[in-house]
Design a protein around this ligand. Structure first.
Ligand code: HGY
Ligand code: MN
Ligand code: MN
Length: 416
């Protein structure tokens, strides 16, 4: 079969059009970023646009009870579909590619099949999943985790954001509280195209990455309760300063991650909210988040245990209470070698350089891997692959290479 090619400019136009929804100008860098935080009006607008594109591509569209949106292209035989997709919700300071390349890339594969009038034996199903980022409701891969049964629907619908608004209420508000059952029947296979979001492929001069799996993720929210008091009159020995405890925690996490004692661990305290947060009052409360990543489950478990012990020593040393709430936990994931092999073979046939790479970020694919053989294609990024930042950027050529590989891989897997 002559080489399958997508319409690269059409893919790029779709990325640009979706990227205009929730666009904002970063006041410092003047770079245009994207803010389509999960289930906000902007996310709703982006969802409506992509759902319309699914319908215009002739897909059978459905929305499930957690707001996941699927589009199915019939096959010549009624078999389990080959699936592809990702997310279009974003962090508040995003670029145009994280997640969107995977959803619009899958759509471009369908559009290209339609252009050629090409039938596949297996149906091809594409999707965008709800709240992959977890930035608003606190746990990542929310929609795909419900679809595969890792998270119960009721618990997911009742999650709340900082203002106490629920997932269910916000889905209803944007018109995506669907009625279709949320548990996804096992696809035949799942392949996701995504930007690497890191420096490795670009630095190695590789065209693409064949993703071997995803590192373990552990998120928790700590609430440190000391005592608010006057910053001037309160002697140092009488203080119960929650801010100092948070600072000790941040430093300890940095030491743990850089010491090598926990393997290739990464640690981030991304959110720190001191209360009352005023210059002349000792913070009596601090809410902060802990994000741990580790490619080794045993090292992750050791780090979590040691962190919990350290938190206890801080509590007694500073006479504060510290409460920990786990908000996300996923193990190290290994993707299917045979799906990776199909991707690598198509890279070789297209004379595109590639290398195996583990994903530093979480993805919907890690949830789908519990249902079916799964793998991912990574596209390099410019500026050290920066992501979760308006500077996120992959070139039209890098995106076209990645989606061409997705296209060829899906068509091959769709042969019964
Ligand atoms: O946090 C992550 O790894 C992903 O961006 N949700
Ligand atoms: Mn993503
Ligand atoms: Mn992301």
């Amino acid at each position: 079969m002559e080489r399958l090619e997508i319409d690269g400019p059409r893919l790029w136009r779709s990325l640009e059009e979706l990227g205009r929804i929730g666009a904002y100008e970063d006041e410092r860098s003047k770079i245009v970023g994207v803010n389509r935080l999960a289930l906000t009006a902007a996310d709703g607008e982006g969802r409506a646009l992509v759902r319309r594109w699914f319908a215009e591509a002739g897909l059978e569209v459905r929305v499930d009870r957690i707001g996941n949106c699927y589009g199915r292209r019939k096959g010549t035989r009624d078999l389990a579909p080959v699936m592809s997709g990702s997310h279009i919700d974003s962090v508040p300071t995003a670029g145009r590619f994280d997640g969107c390349l995977g959803v619009l890339g899958a759509l471009e594969c369908v559009r290209s099949l339609n252009d050629r009038g090409l039938a596949t034996e297996r149906p091809i199903e594409i999707a965008f999943f709800t709240d992959e980022e977890g930035a608003r409701f606190g746990t990542d891969m929310l929609g795909s985790a419900v679809a595969v049964g890792r998270l119960p629907l009721e618990r997911a619908l009742q999650l709340t954001d900082r203002d106490g608004l629920t997932v269910e209420g916000e889905l209803r508000k944007i018109g995506f509280l669907g009625t279709h059952p949320e548990r996804l029947p096992a696809p035949h296979a799942y392949v996701e195209c995504h930007i690497e979001q890191g420096p490795i492929l670009r630095a190695a001069g590789r065209d693409l990455g064949v993703v071997t799996g995803v590192q373990a993720i552990s998120w928790q929210e700590l609430t440190i309760v000391g005592k608010s008091a006057h910053a001037g009159t309160t002697p140092m020995n009488l203080r119960r300063d929650a801010g100092v405890v948070a600072a000790r925690l941040i430093l300890r996490l940095h030491e743990m991650a850089t010491s090598g004692e926990y393997g290739e661990m990464r640690a981030t305290v991304g959110a720190i909210d001191p209360v009352p947060g005023l210059v002349n009052i000792i913070p009596g409360r601090v809410r902060c988040t802990v994000d741990l990543r580790n490619p080794d489950d045993a090292q992750m478990a050791r780090a979590e245990t040691d962190l919990a012990a350290f938190v206890q020593t801080l509590a007694s040393e500073y006479h504060v209470q510290i409460e920990s709430r786990r908000t996300a936990k996923t193990p190290r994931i290994h993707f299917a070698p045979d799906v990776q092999a199909v991707i690598a073979r198509h890279c070789d046939e297209a004379r595109l350089s590639h290398q195996p790479i583990i994903s530093g970020a979480g993805h919907d694919a890690q949830e789908l891997s519990s249902l079916c053989p799964t793998a991912m294609i990574f596209v390099p990024g410019e500026y050290d692959g920066i992501s979760h930042n308006p500077r996120e950027y992959s070139t039209p050529e890098q995106c076209t290479n990645g989606v061409n590989l997705l296209y060829r891989t899906l068509v091959e897997l769709a042969r019964a």
